[in-house]
Ligand binder design. Structure first.
Ligand code: WT7
Length: 608
């Protein structure tokens, strides 16, 4: 049973090949969207006013994300409201009210205090979606440490790189993950002073050189006063990938909470009675900004599901937990589409009010499918690790052009720009022209730097614009349409993968001379990581070697990052087998064109 969006079925007209989904007042008889009229709300908006919706630390001691997410509710009328409901792998649940979350995060802040961890020190977490992760994140923010989540499916090499770059001082992880992935790289991490282990099967952990997380929590006091926190104090470190070089650590400050809160309200339409489910893992920024912070600052109940995707399990959770607002991603939606609408219709999803999607292009077919399946369309929105929060969105009360990412949030100025020959950028004002998507800096959750890489940060800004690295178009109504990436980074199942990180690990293998890595189009995952490898002189390609390389990459990089396919390139005497520019850069664009049988485009810089 689904409660359908009234107008969608009746008022469809053809524009750009897909019928827009028209919204009307009849669609929100129960809950009036916060952003009820795009133009009005945008015109009246200012970040100063948005800031006033937050509390601030008592006694004017500044602004702290964890205070806004937890303590202000725990001190007020929502103290007994359910903040987090955790659903574990075996179906068991654990509930945390705002008051209980305050107590636990106070304890973790005290654990850091007692360990002598200083303000600004980086506290990393490497766990699945378990309650301790959420307590670690918010407790770290209370203590004014910098929280950095790591994705638990990463292999030892991506973990080592991220821990080393951010000079992690503390790591919270599980005993199993520590033994499998961290113990072997710990010697390479001189800054890592404290490792807190969550024992398996609720047993305390006794691994040498580590402390037991739960024991430390029990021994710590449950009272903690957050110290003075400036809006510009660093709070979060999120790694992302570029085309070349090491992963980049995007720094976000406590002021970001103004954007988390506002976008949760305006783009996800969070209302106090909502049960919200963000399916993303906190190892990626969506799972932190919207899986931890935004729902809590908005005072709603947030669902955390430990288990990975399974369509039927997800429908059952939506039904049983009476989820009202659901934030998911295109790869999952495409997998649900494969099963058709019949399995969805077995469940009573009448509580579901608003569906949103992020992370990769959402096909118009998926938007229209969700109307049939859930009686409501998925609302695509766009942002990136660097922007910290949603920048462009389809809003509850705004008509949807299926295939479009929507319109900029209030307080966000976006543009399509092009590079000029003089190295500056020029705004393209004509509609429907392709260019790079740019944003005017100044919103609260804009990244404030790449950790220890000022030069890389500086290069993101030209002529007063932040350049996003995405190609897009804007139509005459101000809707933005994603075209592709301007660089070679790969999006696979919603995860951003830097080709250089994969190439480097392949080249560690004694048989490999060189490697070039691309995203190969895939109907479900959007792209699959594919590697082209040239072998050292005297090494013959073989099926056994291919399997060995796949295995090597998987154990070093982890399943998400490792290539799914490896092709051997013919080795030609005295000639590089990978296409390269005269300055020696691998032309991944050409590898991709050849893989797809497409024209090779401009090859004037090609070496041979
Ligand atoms: C890149 C950012 C969104 C936060 C988590 C991922 C791509 C994001 C969309 C969308 C098409 C999208 C862009 C962007 N992307 N949203 N709605 N349609 N592409 O953050 O890992 O930093 O990835 O994801 O290419 O630049 P991220």
């Amino acid at each position: 049973m689904v409660r359908a969006l009234h107008s969608a079925r009746f008022e469809r007209v053809h524009i750009m090949g897909w019928r827009p989904i028209i919204k009307s007042r009849r669609d929100w008889e129960d809950v009036v969207p916060h952003l009820h009229d795009y133009a009005d709300v945008r015109a009246a908006f200012s970040w100063e006013k948005a800031f006033k919706e937050l509390d601030g630390l008592p006694g004017g001691r500044g602004l702290n994300i964890a205070h806004e997410a937890v303590d202000r509710h725990a001190d007020g009328l929502r103290r007994d409201h359910l903040a987090l409901r955790w659903i574990g792998k075996t179906g068991e649940t654990q509930d945390f009210t705002y008051a209980r979350l305050r107590e636990l995060t106070n304890r973790f802040a005290n654990v850091l205090q007692q360990l002598g961890v200083g303000t600004g020190n980086r506290v990393y977490a490497l766990t699945g979606r378990i309650p301790a992760l959420y307590v670690t994140a918010l407790g770290t923010l209370k203590h004014r440490g910098v929280f950095c989540p790591l994705f638990s499916a990463f292999g030892p090499e991506p973990l080592r790189a991220r821990l080393a770059i951010g000079e992690a001082g503390v790591l919270v992880t599980t005993e199993a993950l520590y033994q499998r992935k961290v113990a072997g790289i710990r010697d390479a991490l001189p800054h890592l002073r404290h490792v807190l282990l969550i024992g398996d099967n609720h047993r305390p952990s006794h691994v040498p050189g580590t402390l037991d997380f739960h024991l430390a929590m029990e021994q710590a006091s449950d009272r903690y006063t957050i110290g003075p926190t400036a809006q510009e104090d660093p709070a979060l470190l999120h790694f992302t990938s570029g085309t070349t070089g090491t992963p980049k650590g995007a720094i976000h400050v406590h002021q970001a909470v103004v954007a988390h809160h506002t976008t949760g309200k305006l783009a996800l339409d969070l209302h106090k009675a909502d049960v919200f489910w963000c399916t993303a893992d906190p190892g990626w920024i969506t799972g932190t900004s919207y899986g931890i912070i935004a729902p809590l600052t908005n005072g709603v109940t947030s669902l955390v599901v430990e288990e990975e995707f399974d369509a039927e399990r997800w429908y059952r959770i939506l039904q049983d937990e009476r989820v009202t607002v659901w934030y998911s991603a295109p790869t999952a939606i495409r997998m649900m589409m494969k099963g058709g609408v019949a399995p969805v219709h077995k469940y009573n999803l009448s509580a579901l009010r608003f569906l949103a999607s992020v992370g990769e292009p959402l096909n118009p077919e998926a938007v229209v499918w969700s109307l049939d399946a859930f009686g409501r369309p998925f609302h695509d929105n766009w942002w990136q690790t660097e922007t910290g929060g949603i920048m462009i969105a389809n809003f509850a009360a705004m008509d949807i052009q299926p295939g479009s990412m929507g319109r900029p949030l209030p307080g966000i100025e976006a543009a399509i720009v092009r590079n000029t020959e003089e190295g500056s950028v020029e705004v393209i004002t004509d509609p429907d022209m392709q260019g790079e998507l740019a944003l005017r800096p100044g919103w609260p959750s804009m990244f404030r730097g790449y950790w220890n890489e000022p030069e890389r940060y500086r290069k993101c800004f030209v002529d007063g614009w932040y350049l996003t690295g995405d190609l897009a178009k804007r139509d005459k109504d101000g809707y933005y349409w994603f075209v592709g990436r301007a660089d070679d980074v790969i999006k696979t199942s919603g995860h951003l993968v830097g080709p250089f990180e994969v190439e480097s690990v392949l080249m560690e293998h004694q048989a490999v001379a060189e490697a070039g890595v691309i995203g190969k189009p895939d109907p479900i995952a959007l792209e699959l990581v594919k590697a082209f490898v040239s072998l050292k002189d005297g090494v013959e390609p073989s099926e056994a070697l291919r399997r060995e390389l796949l295995g090597h990459a998987r154990s070093r990089l982890g399943a998400v990052v490792a290539p799914k396919e490896i092709a051997f390139l013919p080795s030609l005497p005295f000639l590089p087998s990978l296409p390269k520019t005269r300055s020696g850069k691998i032309m991944r664009r050409l590898l991709k064109a050849r893989e797809l049988g497409l024209p090779e485009g401009d090859t004037s810089t090609l070496e041979n």
